[in-house]
Design a protein around this ligand. Structure first.
Ligand code: GLA
Length: 332
């Protein structure tokens, strides 16, 4: 085994927010921002250097030696794969990432999935993508105590270029839904950082588990919106997308209470400036919105949105016109 490189993409979720941990529907797209792990096999140790943070973590091949900061994710991944039967092959690895941290684009799943695949390849250990995704969901919980759902690691593994991934997080059935030609997927980062570790994410999940009426109303209406967005995409009915995204955003703001004034403002501006559809995306409490726009004017529209956002609230937003890409288990 002479080493290699693994790329795991970040995702932008088109719709189906805060539905994954109650077994609902999600519709993410793998995007051309992501995390790359270049690795070489070695004996006895998992040694990973982060180009972003400039430091190195060293973990035993059984996951021993608690990491700190981002190293906690690496330690949890190594430990869970060890428990699942991966042989004790070490790696020397370098991690680099283009995913802005805290922007709601699943930077942590891109990290866990890329590290996991490097470890699996070094040990010639194969797991089915959904089993690996479930392990990575547990890695996040073990590393930082965030009880997240299946969407992010599943997307990092199973996304497909030119498509959204329709995943039923209860049955784990999935299929790929073609994205309409001529429609660009744009992320606008509000510049307000979120950290699921320190936000109300775990509290929301507990409220859903307790059956809180308003939170459940969001989950039920959101699952229905996912079905209708898929129908609209498959039927070429692009005009239906705007009202569905709008209703999804309003539900996250009012019933689920995970939006922020900055995300609300960005969504309003996006519609004012002619976006086909816009809503907050990801866990919320900061982060980004996703907007759909005619491809030939997407960049100009996004420039406009960011300028109006700066003018109205003084913050610097950033946008990415995303290309859709294959997940790590599909493309390599
Ligand atoms: C975060 C979590 C996901 C999902 C979203 C909200 O990204 O990691 O599992 O719950 O929030 O849809």
């Amino acid at each position: 085994m002479s080493g290699g490189a693994v790329f795991a993409p970040a995702r932008v979720n088109l719709i189906g927010e805060h539905t994954d941990y109650s077994g609902g529907l999600v519709l993410p797209v793998g995007i051309d921002l992501g995390t790359t792990v270049a690795w070489q096999p070695r004996d006895g140790l998992v040694r990973v250097r982060s180009l972003a943070f400039g430091d190195v973590v060293e973990i035993g091949t059984d996951g021993s030696g608690a990491g700190t900061g981002w190293g906690r994710y690496v330690a949890a991944v190594v430990a869970l794969l060890h428990e699942r039967g991966r042989s004790e092959v070490g790696i020397d690895a370098v991690v680099s990432s283009t995913v802005p941290i805290g922007s709601g684009l699943s930077s942590s799943a891109a990290l866990t999935v890329s590290v996991a695949l490097a470890l699996c390849r070094a040990a010639e250990f194969e797991l089915e993508p959904l089993e690996l995704a479930q392990l990575m969901r547990r890695a996040e919980a073990r590393a930082v105590g965030v009880p997240c759902g299946l969407m992010d690691p599943a997307s990092a593994l199973l996304a497909r270029r030119g498509h959204a991934l329709l995943l039923d997080c209860g049955s784990e059935q999935y299929r790929h839904v073609p994205l309409p030609e001529g429609l660009a997927v744009v992320v606008v980062d509000s510049g307000v950082r979120h950290s699921l570790e320190h936000s109300g994410y775990a509290e929301r999940r507990a409220e859903v588990e307790r059956g809180d009426e308003r939170r459940m109303r969001h989950v039920a209406s959101e699952n229905e919106r996912v079905r209708r967005v898929v129908e609209a995409l498959e039927g070429g009915n692009v005009d239906a997308l705007g009202p569905l995204f709008r209703a999804g955003h309003d539900s996250l703001r009012d019933d689920f209470e995970v939006s922020t004034p900055e995300l609300d403002l960005l969504v309003d501006i996006a519609y004012e400036r002619g976006a086909v559809a816009a809503r907050m995306t990801g866990g919320g409490f900061g982060g980004s919105i996703v907007l759909l726009a005619d491809a030939d004017r997407a960049r100009a529209l996004a420039d406009d949105v960011v300028a109006a956002y700066r003018e109205r609230c003084g913050r610097e937003g950033r946008f990415y016109v995303c290309a859709s890409v294959d997940g790590a288990a599909v493309g390599s």
